[in-house]
Design a protein around this ligand. Structure first.
Ligand SMILES: Nc1ncnc2c1ncn2[C@@H]1O[C@H](COP(=O)(O)OP(=O)(O)OP(=O)(O)O)[C@@H](O)[C@H]1O
Ligand SMILES: [Mg+2]
Length: 505
């Protein structure tokens, strides 16, 4: 292989990893690293003015592309071998029945060995009842098998043998097509990722803290943000229903950034995606991924995407993404967080469907939210292809917010929500929530104004009746006078400017 020796940029690390992964047969990751290295080198070459250096750079690119091509070919070839083996040992509808003695043929330590062995008739309780039209079930990797029963023990053993296939290894590819064929949410609910002993703690931690089942926020609970809602639906929901359309150039968006002032509903929108879109939702606080233990953060990011691939279609929501992906290379940046960040970038490339031919209904979308978009790393910004501004609410949205917040509060007839909405110009969604909460508390404050705690206790019953009285317009006026907008004009100008420079809707 060529010696790639161009200084000043750090693509060599990627080349090294690409070759390492290749050596270990992890062609999927190897491909990702090669692409990353070529991309970096190409950009670097564009900045060169020295003809000789440029020529050398271009030669390196050609060499790396050659290596990339052979990696892709190897991967394809192994996939083919795998499919042929699979067909051979499953033809006739009964696992290894047709093609001879699988143990003799395949017992040479290949990852396919277990794959094929595991495709025995006992593998799936419903296997023998399968409608022939459905064809023979593909083998299911250890991690894809439901827990419980005999198969579990086999799965556990399988893992304990230390067989931890690389993420894009052929049988993991098969894992994805398993999903395709098994394709529905009920299947996902049954499936359980079974980690290797080394991964166990981290995977358990991720599943406990990060996989979010149902945050119970619906689209209608989020006021305004019509454009963002539409785009999220387009990115997450539609590819599942019309996968054929979302291919090639129309591949689904791999990354979306929601940015805007604090308290405008960015996190709520992400939660609505989780509730409404029926994808597996990984709710990641950036801090969770930057472990102080060397290498742990990197491993976590890697596992996070392994899980996301396994439970696909998935949405990986990274709140406050700027704290993880702020400009790299700053002196105060911790090595561990730098590595976690790099891994995240690599993984995002891996899920991008860069060739545009992956099954869009099995995609992984990364959804980031931030109120400091200008702090984002350039590389991350590029990967978050859609950058949507979630601004302060306009008059109509403010009224909607009032209605949402006050749906359980009884209001006096004099309360005019249009007037209140006008007065709240410049307030964020969370400011408006605070105003509503404060106004709704006013009658309680009035009723208990001159009472001691003992008197309140004694008069609890009378007070309860008094507290039934509706909230009046003056309560809102008082609340507005006490609570001011939390977002400054300068801040809004900064968002507008960033939207002009980098926004993409
Ligand atoms: N568009 C909205 N619709 C309904 N409620 C909203 C909306 N925007 C803000 N809120 C209210 O404000 C609270 C905070 O919203 P959220 O956490 O989504 O803001 P955020 O944009 O993520 O803020 P931050 O940037 O500080 O994380 C919500 O719990 C909700 O009560
Ligand atoms: Mg938030």
């Amino acid at each position: 292989m060529a010696s790639v020796a161009i200084n000043s940029i750090d693509f060599e690390e990627e080349v090294k990893k690409a070759r390492e992964c290749y050596m270990y047969g992890d062609y999927g990751r190897s491909t990702t690293f090669y692409k990353l290295a070529i991309d970096k080198l190409r950009r670097y070459c564009q900045t060169l003015s020295n003809v000789a250096e440029k020529k050398h750079g271009n030669e390196c690119i050609v060499e790396l592309e050659r290596e990339l091509k052979s990696t892709v070919e190897h991967e394809r070839m192994i996939e083919e071998i795998h499919e042929n083996l699979f067909k051979k040992y499953t033809s006739g509808g009964g696992g290894r029945a047709a093609g001879g003695d699988i143990n003799n043929d395949l017992n040479y330590g290949s990852p396919f060995y277990n794959a094929a062995v595991d495709e025995r008739p006992t593998r799936d309780p419903g296997f023998n009842n399968r409608n022939p039209a459905q064809g023979v079930a593909p083998f299911q990797p250890a991690s894809a098998r439901p827990q419980g029963g005999a198969r579990d023990i086999r799965s556990a053993n399988h893992n304990q043998r230390g067989r931890n296939p690389p993420s894009n290894a052929p049988h993991n590819k098969q894992k994805q097509s398993d999903n395709k064929r098994g394709s529905n949410q009920a299947d996902n609910a049954e499936k359980r990722y079974i980690p290797t002993p080394a991964e166990k703690d981290l995977v358990e931690g991720l599943e406990r803290d990060i996989v979010q089942k149902d945050p119970n926020v619906r689209w209608v609970d989020v006021a305004g943000c019509t454009g963002a809602k539409k785009l999220l639906q387009e990115a997450v929901v539609l590819p599942r229903y019309i996968p054929d359309f979302f291919k090639g150039i129309r591949r689904p968006w791999k990354g979306i950034l929601l940015f805007g002032p604090p308290g405008t509903g960015k996190t709520m929108l992400a939660k609505a995606v989780a509730t409404e879109c029926k994808t597996t939702f990984f709710n990641v606080a950036a801090a969770n991924l930057t472990s102080k233990y060397h290498g742990e953060g990197e491993k976590l990011v890697h596992l996070l995407f392994e899980l996301a691939k396994f439970y696909a279609p998935s949405t990986v929501f990274i709140d406050e993404i700027d704290s993880l992906c702020s400009t790299r290379g700053q002196s105060n940046e911790h090595e561990a967080s730098r590595r976690a960040k790099s891994e995240l970038l690599i993984q995002m490339d891996g899920v991008s469907g860069a060739l545009g031919n992956e099954d869009p209904s099995k995609m992984i979308m990364v959804l980031g939210a931030t109120n400091h978009p200008w702090d984002l790393d350039d590389a991350m910004r590029r990967r978050l292809e859609k950058r949507i501004y979630i601004p302060l609410p306009d008059a109509a949205t403010r009224k909607q917010l009032l209605e949402i917040n006050l749906k359980e509060v009884s209001l006096e007839k004099d309360v005019d929500l249009d007037i209140i909405a006008n007065k709240l110009n410049g307030y964020s969604g969370s400011d408006i929530t605070s105003v509503c909460r404060d106004a709704a508390m006013m009658q309680m404050r009035r009723a208990t104004e001159n009472l001691s705690m003992t008197q309140i206790q004694e008069q609890a019953q009378v007070l309860k009746e008094k507290l039934q009285s509706p909230t009046i317009m003056k309560d809102f006026e008082d609340a507005i006078s006490k609570i001011s907008s939390s977002v400054s004009k300068e801040m809004l100008e900064k968002y507008d400017q960033w939207m002009k420079d980098f926004g993409s809707v």
